[in-house]
Design a protein around this ligand. Structure first.
Ligand SMILES: Cc1cc2nc3c(=O)[nH]c(=O)nc-3n(C[C@H](O)[C@H](O)[C@H](O)COP(=O)(O)OP(=O)(O)OC[C@H]3O[C@@H](n4cnc5c(N)ncnc54)[C@H](O)[C@@H]3O)c2cc1C
Length: 389
């Protein structure tokens, strides 16, 4: 048996950020992760380019992770355009007028994980148990206990689930969640292209497909195509030439001639919302609490803000010498996360429903919706400000 103050299950970006956030204390933290240590130290490119808000950049700076990401991996986003079907009309989001700041900054997910892991590894307070899973969990009034797949048992004052939207720990703790498997997948790859992107992202809700183009280096974009899962499985294994020909056709030549600049990656789309984000001696963070649809690019941002607030509450309790799993602290964390995440989570789900509905009424409604958005400046400015926060 090994005793810790906090056991975190899942060393993804949010579990790692949480462990890094606690480094200011002498709390003993255990991180349990099914991936190997080599994979944690040097994660491979996974296709995801995370659009960071300014609030997220600030948290990563405070944690010391921002400077561990090379400048060449940070791509400022000047604006975004939302298109509907074949209409030439675009709803535009730009950085607030007069602001020198970009709307957000795109950073590859594997670089965020690598930078956060390097911070956690430098600190003495956290011990990483890699290559193993949690197979049993129990919470008692005084502590929590987990059993690992290799038979080891760990106890802690607080158990934290950061093990993805399909969290096993959440199930082991008996916390229910709304899990919505959308039946479609997202295919992602980087492409080199002929036409300039001007650092503008494009989200294009076309008939029976959604395409996003995220601007990276000059002449390079991340291409994201959402389609029924079987279509994505077909595209993932297609040879490069046929794949590029089909992508050029699907993109209607918006980027000009394209060539592949990375491997292809596929993600099945699942959204989740846990019934509760805490129970005595346990809390859920990141996607284990709220698993957003990626179309509005906010899952990581919400998870990072959430873990930051939970860590702040814990550090305050630790500073005062009170219980780091005090129910009022965990309840406060839940309330604030619900308030910040619920509007975006539900609005994103409504948006996805409206923009993937092929019925004529829905198509007309989204056309009207985009024009209305463009002519109501407070809607556009409000969304731009929320993105750039
Ligand atoms: C295609 C795509 C694009 C996205 N783009 C954006 C974006 O632009 N902006 C944004 O804010 N968000 C974006 N997101 C969302 C973002 O990637 C997630 O919100 C973020 O990865 C959540 O981090 P996490 O640490 O909570 O979970 P995860 O990243 O899922 O990490 C969970 C970790 O737990 C480990 N694990 C799982 N089960 C166990 C177990 N039983 N035992 C031990 N370890 C376990 C896993 O190996 C993993 O390391 C995107 C998501 C996708 C799919």
């Amino acid at each position: 048996m090994t005793n810790f103050d906090i056991v975190v299950v899942g060393a993804g970006p949010i579990g790692l950020a949480f462990a890094a956030s606690l480094a200011a204390s002498d709390l003993k933290v255990a991180l349990i992760e099914r991936r190997s240590m080599a994979d944690l130290a040097q994660p491979a490119f996974d296709g995801r380019e995370i659009a960071l808000t300014h609030a997220s950049v600030k948290i990563l700076q405070e944690l010391g992770a921002w400077d561990a990401i090379p400048c060449s991996e940070k791509s400022p986003l000047r604006g975004a355009r939302v298109l509907n079907g074949s209409s030439p009309f675009a709803l535009s989001f730009d950085a607030p007028h007069g602001s020198a700041k970009p709307l957000g900054i795109l950073v590859p997910n594997h670089w965020i994980r690598r930078a956060l892991f390097s911070i956690v590894r430098e600190r003495e307070h956290a011990r990483v148990f890699s290559g193993c899973k949690v197979v049993a969990a129990q919470v008692n009034p005084g502590n929590a206990k987990v059993t690992l797949s290799d038979g080891r048992q760990l106890t802690a004052g607080l158990l934290v689930a950061a093990d993805s939207r399909l969290s096993v720990l959440r199930d082991l703790l008996g916390i229910a969640a709304d899990i919505n498997r959308l039946g479609c997948s997202m295919l992602i790859c980087r492409v080199r292209h002929e036409l300039p992107h001007h650092r503008i992202a494009t989200e294009w809700f076309d008939h029976k497909q959604t395409i996003a183009m995220l601007p990276l280096a000059e002449g390079v974009s991340s291409l994201l195509v959402t389609l029924p899962a079987n279509e994505v499985s077909r595209l993932v294994v297609m040879n490069d030439a046929d794949f590029l020909a089909e992508m050029s056709q699907r993109c209607h030549g918006r980027l000009g001639t394209m060539s592949l600049a990375s491997s292809r990656h596929a993600y099945s789309l699942v959204t989740t919302w846990a019934d509760r984000f805490w129970m005595p001696r346990a809390a859920l963070i990141g996607d284990a609490a709220v698993g957003m649809h990626p179309v509005t690019a906010h899952g990581f941002n919400i998870g990072l803000g959430g873990q930051h607030r939970l860590a702040e509450g814990i550090l305050t309790a630790w500073g005062k010498g009170t219980d780091i799993a005090d129910p009022s602290l965990l309840r406060h964390y839940e309330t604030r996360l619900r308030l910040s995440a619920a509007p975006l989570y539900h609005a994103t789900n409504v948006l996805v429903k409206l923009y993937t509905d092929e019925r004529p009424l829905a198509r007309a409604a989204r056309h009207v919706g985009l024009r209305l958005g463009q002519h109501l400046p407070f809607v556009r400015r409000g969304i731009s400000a929320a993105l750039g926060r």
